[in-house]
Design a protein around this ligand. Structure first.
Ligand SMILES: [Zn+2]
Length: 461
């Protein structure tokens, strides 16, 4: 009898290592596919065949290909997935994972970034970065996040933490020459050198990460954008993230942050423009024309200033992604929960519900960020040839009645249904437990690193 996902221990035999493309066949699932009506994804009864680190086939129930495969069952491991949903691994495209140490400290500060974050960040060391990332990454994985877009300092530490957990990341060393924790032209020289001598696995890839429009000069921004375009990399930056940034850029450059980014040739389909809190409708329209993606982090924006004008997203049709930002200004890393809030806040503002309907919310953490990362068809979708980043959720009573599965997923089940997670063909979470690392040991290392950073900064809790 085929073992069911509920019964077995961590499945063996799915390793993509040693050049052996082991094949895992998971049958009787309900799989989220992109082929619903009106371009909306929908859950269908299907089987998944995973070979090495990719999905080889999605066999829809009753199809000829399913029958053909069933006649010889050419797989190393066969699992019965009845009672489970399969969705693409979620992409949290704006994080600062190592800022897990600020959790709970960000509330009630005015000018938090300048008065609180920058001084504390000066106390960071390269050794502290890896353990400081554990809390955010582990809770992300448990929330169904398989890939992050991280933007921080001494990014090697986050890269090492991602490698150890087997997660995927597009990570960028923050650069700035006019402000921030470590301003100077050398921040860009160092970041560029690090990209050119990149030494991580294929799961961890570099991005170019200017800090923001007020902390980066036009010269640096133009140079960084040119480099990113030439090397086919994503440009990930905060843009119009506060009213203070808008004011400073107006004073320094006589234009809005978005206009500055546009003038520096820094907006195209590989640009992640994070926050847009102080952006006007004309700025969103400019972003729409460029093909760049606005990244909205609802909890974070509300805690540190206010929510970005969602009505401008609806009015301009700009590409948009949902993200969590960091623990300093969100506390949590539950991406589906932030999607739910996006939907509710849009409703509260009486914004066209089509822009923020459930399948759009889901796209904002799957296919849309994948596009901005240059990974369309590879990530954020379950189809033949895509990378095997798959989240398996319990298809239980929280998903019933099944009139609108995607709505149920966002508004009812949420990440509490996440049970197993596969990344790049490897099981990384099984029954909500980490597969290849000792969580207790990592929690201890995280707590020790937090104590050290608190000692160094003099912050009290
Ligand atoms: Zn941020």
């Amino acid at each position: 009898m085929t073992p069911n996902m509920k019964q077995i221990h961590v499945p063996q035999g799915n390793s993509a290592t040693d050049g052996h493309r082991a094949r895992t066949f998971i049958k009787n699932l309900r799989v989220l596919t992109p082929e619903g009506t009106a371009g909306r994804p929908k859950f269908i009864h299907a089987d998944l065949l995973i070979a090495g680190n990719r999905i080889e086939a999605v066999y829809v129930d009753g199809s000829q290909s399913q029958k053909e495969f069933a006649s010889n069952m050419d797989a190393d491991l066969i699992i019965d997935g009845a009672g489970y949903l399969a969705i693409p691994g979620l992409i949290n495209v704006h994080t600062h994972a190592a800022m897990g140490f600020f959790r709970g400290l960000g509330h009630g500060h005015t000018n938090m970034i300048e008065n609180f974050l920058f001084p504390a960040e000066k106390a960071l060391t390269p050794e502290l970065l890896e353990p400081l990332s554990w809390s955010y990454l582990i809770t992300s994985l448990r929330a169904g996040v398989t890939c992050i877009g991280d933007h921080y300092y001494m990014i090697d530490g986050v890269g090492r933490a991602l490698e150890r957990l087997g997660m995927r990341g597009f990570i960028g060393e923050t650069i700035a020459d006019l402000g921030g924790a470590f301003p100077g032209w050398e921040s860009w020289t160092k970041a560029r050198d690090a990209i050119q001598s990149w030494n991580f696995s294929n799961r961890i890839r570099p991005v170019v990460a200017p800090h923001a429009a007020d902390t980066v000069s036009s010269k640096m921004l133009r140079d960084a954008a040119q480099f990113a375009r030439k090397n086919d990399l994503t440009l990930h930056m905060h843009l119009s993230q506060t009213t203070g940034e808008l004011k400073r850029v107006r004073e320094q450059d006589g234009m809005t942050p978005v206009q500055k980014a546009f003038a520096c040739d820094a907006l195209w389909e590989r640009t992640l423009a994070v926050h847009m809190v102080s952006a006007r409708e004309a700025d969103f329209a400019e972003l729409r024309t460029s093909g760049a993606t606005a990244v909205i982090c609802p909890a974070s924006q509300i805690i540190y200033e206010h929510l970005a004008p969602l009505e401008n997203i609806a009015a301009t049709g700009v590409y948009w992604a949902t993200a969590t930002d960091c623990a300093a200004s969100n506390d949590g890393s539950d991406l589906l929960n932030d999607c739910k809030w996006m939907g509710l806040l849009a409703r509260d503002r009486k914004i066209s519900h089509e822009t923020f309907e459930p399948s759009a919310l889901l796209a904002s953490v799957t296919s849309t960020p994948a596009r901005a990362l240059g990974m369309t068809g590879q990530l954020g979708v379950l189809q033949a040839k895509s990378l095997a980043d798959i989240v398996f959720l319990r298809d239980d009573i929280s998903m019933r009645p099944a009139f609108d599965d995607v709505r149920n997923l966002i508004y009812s089940a949420g990440s509490s249904g996440v049970e197993h997670v596969m990344i790049d063909g490897h099981w990384r979470l099984w029954r909500r437990e980490l597969c290849s690392v000792d969580e207790q040991q990592l929690t201890l290392a995280f707590e020790q690193a937090v104590q050290e950073i608190m000692r160094r900064t003099g912050l009290k809790h």
